[in-house]
Design a protein around this ligand. Structure first.
Ligand code: IVH
Length: 662
């Protein structure tokens, strides 16, 4: 048997390598599942040998205990802020001052994107991460070590030429993580974060590191210091060295030899900033030579050797003239602020989403108020805050009846959205039809808003099944519909019958069931009929289907109207069965599994049933012939034996995945 200490160290090295590939270089070499399997193997070994556990182990990112408050810590040298250049003239003025102060010596700049996050210092001793401190007031920050440890792009252990050093950089949340977080908060009825920066700040200060870990923060470094001083005589060299040490360094840093070059670069990024996966608010320009930085020195609060070229805020102030209500596909009522038109970063904005009633309350907004609106990414503009109360204000309430069909509006406990209860509400129907026909779903070209509006308003179409009864004559009776386009639409509807089952499931618009989940449902059940009749528990056997999704599916099919709809779609010849591309025989055919410990939700018998249904065998003893050991809590000697023999272990979740999809 291999020495566990050696085994553990090898696994850690391997995991560190993959962490770096994935989180720092964005170039994963293995799948998430493979990574998780390695991590769990290490976890299991560490559980068996607690004496070998160290804080820099990849398993210890969420190891620390929650703190009570955050301790204040003095920085090794102040984290200064930067002076801003708000236009070309100010940027050139900065360059002129640099040139004058350097008395004719040659110099060059390093430009970096100004990431919109929070600056943070991270300390390493003997190559190991020891402490992370937020900027705070620049002199004193807060110790956020345990939370920073959860940031996967921050290496816990570094091999380099010097054992003790400090890095400084920016903690950011990507737009994607931000949107996911807010969507999740909407669902839980919590207030939204106004922007990724606030979300990152909030996440770093959570009292529960486990929660910080879920927020998917990233850490980009830009300074490498030893005893508070730059480690190299060139800033560029420090960036290269940081990369080398395994830190994440923004790839868009450049060396610029003239201020013209700098300005051109600032302009170029202003046009491209939306394409970046995170938000930036400008470009930071730094004199490269550390010796020249020393010559240039500091003003009271900022270095003379660097400046932030700031982009104009994409915020503006205007008045809320009215609040309208839109009804979406799920019947959710969304309040939309009607604004006095205002230019925000080159675009005229006259509407902004207010998300839901809670959001209006959080903002303290009333009609007539003056508000700050913000545009970020390609999302709809939003109201950030009330900047002044209007002299004539009017409180807004969501209507108690749907503005489109006058049915009752209800807000269920624990939900932030209020919904129109009428499944046949024309507003819902229109959205449903558009979703059904959209690209990537049923792909009915020509079925756009203009056509859908007429079909619904004239009562020709009352549900998606009616589409398959449409005739050329029906379409020709509509405005702006010639024989040729009518023919095309009918032909496209006809062709849509051939779409495979996952598309049909997606098209139904069941809550939480998107393209991906629809594929998993089709894979797991093979037919519409089987999905329709699956129980809550059976549904959860499908990949990525948890209680929330399962509940939504069951609820959808429990509506008599929906069942009738499904029957009609079946009669219309849509694809209700699915020939999986995967082999038909049981996914665990020929495999022997051993179960040990207490599984989170399945009893022993249930687990055995699952395995047998999938064609596998269950044995009570681990041997060389065992294919997998399913491991629950308090696993003992069987786990040890499995590890010893190098047999793969599975969690309950992984077992579910194997039996349904393989
Ligand atoms: S250097 C002495 N570089 O911008 C120089 N800052 O306005 C200190 N920031 O507090 C900062 N990206 O939070 C620097 N590449 C970058 C940056 C950056 C974003 C933030 C940082 C700083 C603020 C200064």
């Amino acid at each position: 048997m291999k020495d566990p200490a050696v085994q553990i160290e090898q696994l850690r090295e391997e995991l560190r390598h993959h962490e770096h590939q994935y989180y720092v270089l964005d170039a994963p070499e293995i799948t998430d599942a493979e990574y998780d399997a390695l991590l769990r193997r290490l976890q299991a070994l560490e559980t068996l040998h607690p004496e070998l556990l160290t804080p820099d182990s990849p398993t210890q990112r969420v190891g620390g205990k929650p703190r009570e408050g955050f301790i204040k810590v003095l920085h090794s040298s102040p984290l200064l802020s930067l002076e801003n250049a708000l236009n070309e003239a100010e940027l050139r003025e900065f360059d002129r001052r640099v040139r004058d102060l350097l008395g004719g010596a040659a110099y060059r700049y390093v430009t970096e994107l100004k990431l919109d996050g929070l600056s943070m210092a991270a300390h390493y001793r003997d190559g190991k991460f020891t402490e992370a401190i937020t900027r705070g007031d620049g002199t004193v920050g807060e110790d956020v070590t345990e939370n920073a440890r959860t940031i996967r792009s921050l290496p816990l252990r570094v091999k380099g030429p010097f054992p003790n050093f400090e890095v400084r950089g920016e903690t950011v949340m990507s737009r994607r993580a931000f949107e996911r977080l807010n969507a999740d908060r909407d669902e839980k009825g919590l207030s939204r974060f106004a922007n990724p920066r606030n979300a990152a700040a909030g996440s770093l200060r959570l009292l529960e590191p486990r929660l910080t870990a879920e927020r998917r923060l990233e850490y980009y470094t830009y300074f490498l210091l030893i005893e508070g001083q730059p480690a190299f005589d060139s800033h560029w060299r420090s960036l290269e060295e940081l990369r080398h040490l395994g830190f994440k360094v923004n790839p868009h840093s450049k060396i610029c030899r003239t201020i013209d070059e700098v300005f051109a670069l600032c302009n170029a990024w202003e046009g491209k900033r939306e394409e970046l996966p995170y938000e930036i608010d400008g470009v930071v320009v730094k004199v490269d030579s550390v010796e020249q930085q020393r010559q240039l020195g500091f003003t009271a609060k900022a270095p003379r050797w660097a400046i932030a070229y700031k982009y104009p805020a994409r915020q503006a102030t205007t008045t809320v003239e009215a609040i309208e209500v839109q009804v979406g596909r799920t019947g959710a009522l969304t309040p939309v602020a009607q604004l006095k038109p205002v230019e925000v970063g080159g675009v005229t904005v006259s509407r902004a989403t207010l998300h839901n009633e809670d959001e209006i309350e959080r903002l303290g907004l009333q009609i007539g108020d003056e508000v700050v609106v913000e545009r970020s990414g390609d999302v709809i503009p939003k109201v950030v805050r009330v900047s002044a109360q209007g002299s004539y204000r009017e409180v807004f309430h969501l209507p108690s009846h749907c503005p489109v069909c006058d049915s009752k509006v209800v807000r269920e406990a624990g939900e932030s959205a209020s919904r129109c209860i009428n499944a046949n509400c024309p507003a819902r129907l229109k959205e449903t039809l558009l979703h059904f026909a959209s690209r990537g779903v049923m792909n009915i070209d020509g079925m756009g808003e203009a056509l859908v509006d007429q079909l619904v308003d004239r009562d020709i179409v009352r549900n998606v099944a009616d589409l398959y009864d449409l005739t050329i004559e029906d379409l020709l009776s509509l405005e702006r519909m010639g024989a040729k386009s009518a023919g095309n639409v009918i032909r496209n509807i006809d062709r849509s019958r051939a779409n495979p089952l996952p598309r049909v499931i997606t098209a139904l618009g069941i809550r939480f069931v998107g393209e991906r989940t629809a594929v998993f449902l089709a894979e797991a059940f093979g037919s519409m009929d089987a999905v329709q009749h699956a129980s809550l528990q059976e549904l959860q056997l499908a990949q990525e289907v948890g209680p929330k999704v399962a509940e939504a599916v069951v609820q959808f099919f429990s509506e008599p109207g929906n069942r009738e709809l499904i029957d009609r779609l079946g009669n219309a010849g849509l694809q209700f069965t699915y020939a999986s591309t995967l082999p038909k025989a049981g996914p665990l055919q020929g495999k022997t599994l051993v179960i040990t410990g207490t599984l989170p939700t399945l009893s022993r018998d249930e687990a055995r049933q699952l395995i047998e249904l999938a064609g596998g065998k269950v044995s009570s003893a681990v041997s060389k012939k065992t294919s997998y050991v399913v491991v629950g809590e308090d696993a003992g000697s069987k786990l040890a034996k499995a590890l010893d023999l190098g047999i793969s272990t599975l969690t309950e979740d992984e077992l579910r995945l194997l039996v349904t999809v393989a």
